[in-house]
Design a protein around this ligand. Structure first.
Ligand code: FPP
Length: 269
């Protein structure tokens, strides 16, 4: 039977897409973009050249995800730790690059019906960056396709701290701490990602086996796919390969696996 292929995929992407089950696509994919510095070092270029090259990877990955109708894509662009632990000149370069991206990419986002959003402590970023972030979000607010969330000045532990604080404030404003109700769903409702499903798949580029303080609560049951590809070389076809790996996994959510009449208890995941 002839399968319909979404428009806009190139030949390699079409081949990779045809190996996927379109009914079992992840609803939310999170990506830890890593390896920009190593990509640059291998070419004897300054680290920032890797970040600049990383923008094309962001564009390709985002467009492919939107074309195959992934509802939500979240990219870890800038952690709270990046802010504190990188040279000032590199942080300034990243902020500039982000501003240029936010200005230049709006037409592409609109063309692909992508709505832009952010998670992280936006208020701690330079005010010019905040302004650009707000105007790009507004310019794409009417789009109804994929939600592209950029994690900027993001830390999962800070997110949980902010959620707990917000819950305490809400209870205090609503008659006092006797009204504080704490359970998994109330915590989820106060996270930055309260409006998104938890990611089904997290991808990390450049081979590192870490979550690096990214979406720690939300990734509890996500499938992890680590690829050696460095972020500046990552493209839509690599995203489709990651989705292919995800579709080979058996998701258990801490339950039992049936096989040849024997049930195996998985260890919590
Ligand atoms: C990690 O590579 C990457 C970052 C800290 C920044 C991510 C930024 C981009 C991909 C650029 C553009 C993004 C947007 C949204 C405009 P690294 O420097 O830690 O690499 P290394 O581990 O090889 O040193």
């Amino acid at each position: 039977m002839q399968r319909t292929v979404p428009t806009g995929l190139d030949r390699q992407e079409t081949e990779a897409y045809l190996r996927l089950d379109p009914k079992r696509l992840p609803q939310h994919i999170a990506i830890i973009m890593d390896g920009n510095g190593r990509w640059a070092r291998r070419r004897h270029l300054p680290r920032v050249a890797g970040h600049r090259a990383g923008v094309e990877a962001v564009r390709s990955t985002t467009e492919t995800a939107a074309r195959i109708h992934i509802p939500a894509l979240t990219l870890y662009a800038f952690s709270e730790e990046n802010w504190k632990r990188r040279p000032r000149s590199e942080v300034d370069f990243l902020m500039n690059l982000l501003c240029r991206y936010l200005k230049k990419e709006v037409p592409t986002l609109n063309k692909n019906n992508i709505r832009l959003d952010y998670i992280g402590r936006q208020h701690e970023l330079p005010s010019i960056v905040q302004e650009k972030m707000d105007s790009a979000r507004e310019a794409t607010a009417q789009n109804t396709g994929m939600v592209l969330t950029l994690a900027l000045n993001y830390s999962a532990r800070s997110e949980i701290v902010d959620a707990v604080r917000a819950m305490i404030t809400a209870a205090t404003n609503n008659g006092g701490l006797d009204h504080l109700s704490v359970d998994e769903s109330s915590i989820s409702r106060h996270l930055y990602t309260h409006h998104l499903p938890d990611p089904d798949l997290v991808i990390r580029t450049s081979g590192e086996m870490r979550l690096s303080n990214f979406l720690l609560w939300q990734l509890a049951y996500a499938e992890i796919y680590v690829t050696p590809t460095l972020w500046p070389e990552f493209r839509g076809v690599h995203l489709l390969e990651g989705i292919g790996e995800y579709q080979k996994r058996e998701r258990r959510y801490g339950g039992l696996v049936e096989g040849n009449g024997v049930s195996y208890q998985s260890h919590g995941a």
